[in-house]
Design a protein. Sequence first.
Length: 443
Amino acid sequence: MSPITAAAIDETTADQTRLRASVSHSQRLLARFRQVRDFTTHLCEELEPEDCVVQSMPDVSPTKWHLAHTTWFFETFVLKKWTPRYRPEIPQYAYLFNSYYNAAGDMHRRDLRGLISRPTVEETHRYRSSIDSYIDNLLSGADEKLLAEIEPIITLGINHEQQHQELLLTDIKHVLAQNPLYPVFRERKGDLETSKVSPQDFVEFEETTVQIGHDGNGFSYDNEGPRHPALVPHFSLASRVVTNGEYLEFMEAGGYTRPEFWLSLGWTTVNEQRWQAPLYWMKRDGAWWNLTLSGFRSVEESEPVTHVSYFEADAFANWSGARLPTEFEWEHAATDLSIEGNFVESEQFHPQASSASAHDRHLDQMFGDVWEWTRSGYAPYPGYRAAPGALGEYNGKFMCNQYVLRGGSCATSCTHIRQTYRNFFPPEKRWQFTGIRLAHDPS
Ligand SMILES: [Fe+2]
């Protein structure tokens, strides 16, 4: 038997320390994975199977598809690569639940997702559980080297899941809105408080050159970089988002019938779609009502206006004698703000009225409540290149004909949003929780 030396003891202690570190590292990642996956399941708890299969328009995916597609993401980009001898139980799911990753193979047509009755909702939950236990095993047995390789992809999958939680909510809202019985997704917590919000204040920002984009600390999407300098001229930004009451004034002033406020494409859209109000608004006995995830109720004037397109946001800003902020102005204004607001964790599933007082003179509702349309087209930052392979298709290929939105909504997780986060949608889309914050040039 060889003698036990001090060096050997040191070596063993160092090995044990490394092992403990990698175990706690993988446990932390696994805990995060489980927490986010479980929250998706929690969001669906009060839905019936019949709710989960409807596709109410091509933009909307059935709840069941979201449950399966987020699972497919982990199966395709983690298990198939890093779990030796992994064989998919049902290989055809790869075709059914791939969304838009051409490099990952062929895919089913997006607009036909609502025609897929099998797998059933129950089978889809079984698929989720099965993939979750494979990920569980993979992470539980991962050493530091494997962990270093898979952590970025698992983290991307977790963030991807959170994006789909938001889509799941906005999609089920659209589905339930088609039903004249207006089913309730989740009963409202507490009574609706009719409050009066303070008038909008405008916070001034001097001209400056700022660093735009993510600094590389922690997770971000590739579209948030490279970080680069940008000149932001003197501007002012509204202290809160636009309310239903303010938007009603625009409507009552003939906002939807006066072309002078609208972009040409916006005016065409208003007329073709016969828009007269935000999505989910209906007039009953001379009063405006709206559909929320907690049911049909009268429009509360103090709440932020939501479900408006870029075209409506821009027209409202023109009518107000203001404009929408650029994404650089927004990011500059948000740089030092903490991530606080009404997020999906509050389970209100609807934007809430600002409680800031007129004397606060600070920016309220920058995070949560409603995504804020900016006047910035969704384009690559200087030096941006999409990564090669399927995951390079995540963001880059959508940089055309869309506008950037900032700040997150009441359907976004507070652990998913950042000051540098760039969401994007085409200008005519209204089914997300989209709203308006005004900006001004110096007078
Ligand atoms: Fe996706």
